[in-house]
Design a protein around this ligand. Structure first.
Ligand code: VG1
Ligand code: CO
Length: 540
């Protein structure tokens, strides 16, 4: 065992979901080692058991060997590793819970591109299977600023290609099938016979795994267990650079899937998932399902799946997510919660049994079956609903809007803005907030404006500055936030929403339906003045 002298490296501060940096930064001298040592110093390693895996991106395999050697040197008793150092984020969350481990390390920068010139990341999940809360990630950051040494076992690489048990400096290493336990969990939640019958009846699907981690999971579950046609899953082999794709399942980055779903010979149902498998996009034939609407539909129909037949305990959504899910909760008499962006804020609600289904506008939905959002879970719940209702995605959405009304919704991303420009815009916006009430912008009158703060109802912890909200009379809303997952400059996220109760006006094009809110938001924050941008880079 070796203790290596080191010095603190600035900026090892986890963001919305773990620490993300350019791969070259992570591969730099002591960088990964310093962060992992800070992590073990905070959560403690001695005698503990952890799960380890990642999304297979460039440096995943090397990083896994370093983390194993450091776990051994820090006295961990056992590490459960996905074969080939592969685990999707939801599968890692499940393994942590299944084996009651003390937590897990997930190597991923999620929806960020991978490769030597792209991004790498590390996140830590707690014993409940969920992302470390802010207090823990803050402690890791503080520790990283005072680090003087790290511990590393000098040893050969562990063979992670073969399933089975080995030993590393007294620590047990169990290499497990990354898919089997997760697939069994899915089978326990959903009506596989009904979905099998759906496919047997000629139902066609396209699943785009975007050369990222869900490929092996989707092939096993959709094709092997559910009988979807061979070749249903495309881009099914995880590649270190995701085949040059940007593994973010949205209409821009999954354009190929969108084209197919809007073509003449479109399948009945389409889906895509992100780098680490926790996000999903669902598309019907000729119809895009916005993630906020998907969350609402899943919540309203969940009892059609065996795992949720007893009904839901509550529904939680992140603040920028549309209120469509709240309308479902109100109609069903369920409690609903509004949390800051990032899955870590759902953990306490799920652990306390206050919420069953959670979701974010950023293509993330999940439930209390794990403590992460779960892309394939959402796809399977949709399939279960389609198998039971025997209607098209378009019909299901239309009926949903008729019953609950429609929250027109869109997110506009302005990427790679100089950080100073973004900061200046927010400083000016925050300074204005108190005076906005009653002012009129392009026909919309401001009813309230604030900087979102959240008090966790379970542990009382408070998180401030979670996004600026401007609410207009009549229920429209604009939210301004800066991304906490990027690695270059700043990304401004502008979230736009307007409610239409129906029965008329439920089938407008969202950008047109939101035109007034979009122009009001631009005027309020002077986006163009501060950033030089008048149009977004990505619209979802
Ligand atoms: C984004 C999303 C957020 C999500 C996070 C992690 O964060 O907006 O909803 O939880 O990514 O998703 P930000 O700070 O960039 O807005 V994943 O699939 O990248 O772990
Ligand atoms: Co992800």
């Amino acid at each position: 065992m070796t203790s290596v002298a080191t010095t603190p490296i600035a900026g090892q501060k986890p963001g919305t979901s773990g620490l993300r940096k350019k791969t070259a930064v992570f591969m730099g001298r002591h960088y990964l080692e310093n962060f992992i040592q800070s992590l073990f110093d905070v959560v403690g390693a001695k005698g503990k058991t952890f799960v380890l895996g990642g999304d297979g991106r460039y440096f995943n395999d090397r990083a896994a060997q370093v983390i194993l050697r450091m776990a051994a040197a820090n006295g961990a008793a056992r590490v459960i590793v996905g074969q080939g150092a592969i685990l999707s984020t939801p599968a890692a969350s499940h393994l942590i819970r299944l084996h009651k481990t003390d937590g897990g390390v997930i190597m991923s920068a999620s929806h960020n591109p991978g490769g030597p010139d792209e991004d790498f990341g590390v996140k830590f999940n707690m014993a409940n299977g969920g992302p470390a809360p802010e207090a823990v990630t803050e402690a890791m950051y503080r520790r990283s600023l005072e680090l003087t040494e790290y511990h590393l076992l000098e040893a050969q690489d562990v063979d992670l290609s073969r399933i089975g048990r080995s030993e590393l400096g007294g620590m047990i290493v169990d290499v497990v099938d990354p898919v089997a336990d997760y697939a069994a969990l899915m089978e326990s939640l959903f009506d596989f016979p009904a979905i099998r019958a759906l496919f047997a009846g000629g139902f066609r699907m396209r699943m785009d795994s975007m050369c990222a981690v869900t490929g092996p999971y989707a092939v096993e579950i959709l094709e092997n267990r559910l009988g979807a046609a061979k070749g249903t899953v495309i881009n099914a082999t995880p590649l270190p650079d995701f085949g040059g794709m940007h593994p973010d399942p949205n209409p821009t980055w999954a354009a190929g899937l969108m084209d197919e779903m809007f073509s003449e010979n479109a399948p009945d149902f389409g889906a895509a998932s992100d780098g680490d498998g926790d996000r999903n996009m669902v598309v019907g034939r000729g119809i895009y399902v916005s993630p906020s609407d998907s969350l609402a539909v899943l919540a309203a129909n969940a009892p059609l799946a065996p795992g949720y037949k007893a009904g839901l305990k509550g529904i939680a959504r992140s603040m920028p997510t549309s209120a469509a899910a709240d309308r479902v909760a109100q109609a069903l008499g369920l409690p609903h919660y509004e949390t800051p962006t990032g899955w870590k804020f759902f953990g306490n609600l799920l652990d306390a049994g206050r919420a069953t289904i959670c979701g974010e506008e950023s293509f993330g939905t999940g439930s209390d079956h794990v403590r992460e959002k779960d892309g394939l879970w959402a796809v399977l719940l949709w399939l279960n609903i389609l198998a039971k209702r025997r209607q098209s995605v378009a019909q299901i959405l239309a009926e949903h809007f008729q019953r609950f009304g429609r929250n027109y919704y869109s997110r506009h991303d302005f990427e790679a803005i100089p950080s100073e420009a973004a900061e200046a815009m927010f400083t000016a916006l925050r300074a204005k907030l108190a005076k906005l009430k009653g002012q009129n912008f392009d026909g919309l009158t401001v009813e309230a404006a604030d900087d979102f703060a959240y008090e966790d109802p379970v542990d009382g912890s408070v998180s401030t500055k979670q996004g600026v909200r401007v609410l207009f009379e009549g229920g429209a809303r604009a939210v301004f936030r800066l991304s906490g997952t990027g690695t270059e400059g700043a990304t401004l996220r502008l979230y736009l929403e307007r409610f239409e109760p129906g029965p008329k006006g439920l089938s407008e094009e969202p950008q047109a339906a939101l035109a007034g809110v979009i122009s009001a938001a631009h005027r309020i924050a002077d986006i163009t003045g501060f950033t030089g941008r008048s149009a977004p880079d990505v619209v979802t």
